[in-house]
Every structure is written in C-alpha cells, then in structure tokens.
Design a protein around this ligand. Sequence first.
Ligand code: CA
Length: 231
Amino acid sequence: MSDAGPLVLLVEDEPQMRRFLRASLTSHGYRLVEAGTCAEAIAAATSHNPEMILLDLGLPDGDGLDLTKQIREWSSVPIIVLSARGREEDKVAALDAGADDYVTKPFGANELLARMRVAQRHAAQSTDEPAAVVEAGALKMDFARREVFVDGRQVHLTPIEFRLLALLTRHAGKVLTHRSILKEVWGPNAQSQTHYLRVYMAQLRRKLEADPARPKILMTEPGVGYRLTAP
Ligand code: CA
C-alpha cells in the first residue's frame, strides 16, 4: 500500500476501538495520526494538518463537541463524529457545532469508509468552482439553467423548492440539520420554523419520488434533518 493516502487524525480514547479503526483505515490506504485526549488532538491537528478528523465525543479531558467548535475557529477540515450517544439532540448538537457527519457506535467499517468518501468529496468540491450540473442517483440538477430532472423527466419546481433541493444536492450524502437548512433557505429568522421544512419536503417528494412514502432521493434523518442520497 502506498504511503501517500489521505492523512486522518483519529481522536479516540478506547484502545479496542482504536485498534479496529487503525486496522480498517490503514488497510484502505489511509495514513493515521492518533490522539486519545482533546489536548493531544489539538496538538496533532495543528502540527500534522490532517485531511480529515474522526472524533470520539467522550474524551477523558473534555468533550468532542467543544473540540469541534475550537477546530472550526481556524479549520474547515472534514470532521466525522464517532459517537456512542445515539440521541437525536446529540447528533444535532454535533452537526451544529460544525461536524460534517456522525456515525453512531457500533458501526461497520464499510459504513464509516463510505461516509469518509462523501466528506472527502465535499472537501475537494468546496475548493473548486461549484459544478454547473450535479447528478445524484436518479436526480440531475442543472444549476446554470435552473432545471431539474428525475430519470430524464423534467420536474418543475417553485423558487423555494429549487433552493431547498439545490442546498441538499450541493451537500449530497451529507446530513443537514433542520436548523441549518432553514437558515440557508429561509434566512436566520426562520431557524425554528420546522413546519416550513416539513411542508416543502413533502411537496418535493411528491414531485421527485416514485413513492413519496418510501423516499429514495430525499432521506429523513429522524429528529436531525435530511440527507440527499449520495451519487
Ligand atoms: Ca470515549
């Protein structure tokens, strides 16, 4: 295996979990820097400049959420939270603190690797010009012409529906919290108006999904937000 794979900072204090992740990631070509505390994580993040951070929330000298906020003050490096806390409000708190994604323990290596690829893709895209046409599964969005197609069939959207779908498509594969979607689409004063979102998501699903009750494109993350299927 080449030693030029992406450099990942793994912040985790449980030895078993560390061994499991070390084995999974190195066998897929990732290079690792490891930290077991918040203090070590900050030191490693500043000295090694990793391309991604995998972050356990419960650390001996502090909380991964505070660490996320701290890192976000100076870095946009993708952060994936590895959490044993499965509660919705914990996921929302992690995402709103600036994490890109979360994986609830226990998880399989393949699930984590898939999330890491999504996060890497977003990090790469955000440094380029945004693409004029984005395809995600059956969905195709042409941003320049403001046209939307599902399986080649054109779908007509209202301006707000288009903005909402554009936001989700630009972040395909990544979960966006209710709060962050409301803020982007309706503005900072609408962050608690989750009923707007419910209404518009239902409309979008009726227009895009073959079976709106069993969505394949616009996925619900219960209690957290929405995720557009990754391409
Ligand atoms: Ca822990």
